[in-house]
Design a protein around this ligand. Structure first.
Ligand code: HMG
Ligand code: MG
Length: 298
């Protein structure tokens, strides 16, 4: 059964812009966030409080939060890896955070400079303090469907690491196909493994990158399994600077087009969103990879 309504978790300002070769000026980022809110999106992942040398594209997190024109009913989650990041986020008035773990040892080392177990030692005080302060905490789990250094990732390993993030106090777990290699059968298998382990599907979100053009098929598979929170990025921006061959996320426009066809509510005005991505494409100096954006803005 398909859900009647889907929450779109817009990650363009974070996952999208973190992978741009040039640093987008903060005024453009703020206008992007305004336009995404105008389009009806209600969750806007705004930036990351990570080490500025690791992700220079988002080194302006404080400035961005200070200039943010917050809207009623819109959440602005940010990525936080450690206590230093949480302190910065709290000082900036953040109310929603996400920690981001890896299902594999190799990516934990490359993305967080920590081993698989060590990443939990880093997250634990973050999640504990964030919850004590009344913040909402999401957990990302990367490399759920394949890892560029380790190859296939066993579903049992994904479930075991994912459970640790949920048990730690993350309200939601977003399953990442960081490098965009997943196919529908695998999505079915991983979601079934979580179900068999007793994890409620309401606690899960999906986060697909579109490297191999499978993101939409994978999303439909997840919707059929009962998932109702889907991560996507306007215009299909995105990628992870620490994951080989990661390209953009599922484009929000492609998702909206499919949801419209299925009669699933989402609250987004597609024309406003396409206009936003077309505007961003001119700022970035290259066309959006989203087929829907190209079809509607030609
Ligand atoms: P580290 O070098 O091990 O840091 O990096 P450390 O703990 O050893 O600290 C070293 C210095 O950095 C210290 O300063 C800290 O204060 C400072 P010193 O005492 O030497 O002067 N420092 C910080 N400064 C500012 N903000 C901070 C911070 N933390 C430490 N938060 C660290 C460890 C986790 C910080 C680093 O590896 C890092 O920032 N990684 C972030 C990588 C990243 O953002 N990747 C992209 C996001 S994940 C993704 O895209 C996947 C996702 O989309 C899902 C999917 O697709 O699968 C979410
Ligand atoms: Mg990602």
């Amino acid at each position: 059964d398909l859900p009647r309504e889907v929450t779109i978790w817009e990650v363009g300002p974070r996952d999208g812009l973190q992978n741009e070769s040039s640093v987008v000026p903060v005024e453009i980022k703020l206008e992007f966030l305004d336009r995404l809110a105008d389009a009806g999106l209600r969750v806007l992942e705004a930036t990351s409080f990570v080490h500025p040398k690791w992700v220079p594209q988002l080194a302006d997190a404080e400035e961005l939060l200070a200039g943010l024109r917050r809207r009623d009913g819109v959440r602005y989650p940010v990525l936080v890896p450690n206590e230093r990041g949480l302190g910065r986020a709290l000082a900036a008035g953040v109310r929603h955070i996400a920690v981001f773990g890896s299902a594999t040892e190799s990516f934990a080392r490359r993305n967080l400079n920590r081993g698989l177990d060590e990443q939990f030692a880093m997250f634990e005080p973050v999640v504990g303090r964030a919850r004590a302060e009344g913040l909402d905490v999401r957990g990302y789990l990367s490399m759920c469907f394949g890892d560029p250094w380790e190859g296939a990732v066993p579903a049992e390993q994904v479930v075991a690491v994912g459970r640790r993030l949920l048990d730690m106090g993350c309200a939601q777990l977003s399953l990442g196909d960081t490098i965009g290699v997943a196919t529908a059968g695998q999505v079915q298998a991983v979601l079934a493994a979580f179900r068999d382990a007793g994890v409620p599907v309401d606690a899960l979100a999906v986060h697909f990158h579109d490297t191999y053009g499978q993101a939409l098929a994978n999303t439909l598979t997840a919707l059929r399994a009962g998932v109702s929170t889907v991560d996507s990025s306007a215009g299909g921006l995105g990628g992870c600077p620490y994951a080989e061959s990661a390209t953009g996320n599922l484009a929000t426009e492609d998702l909206v087009w499919m949801l419209d066809g299925l009669g699933i509510r989402h609250g987004v005005d597609l024309d406003v969103l396409v206009g936003t991505s077309a505007w961003m494409a001119t700022r970035l100096g290259r066309p959006s990879p989203s087929r829907v954006v190209r079809a509607l803005s030609g």
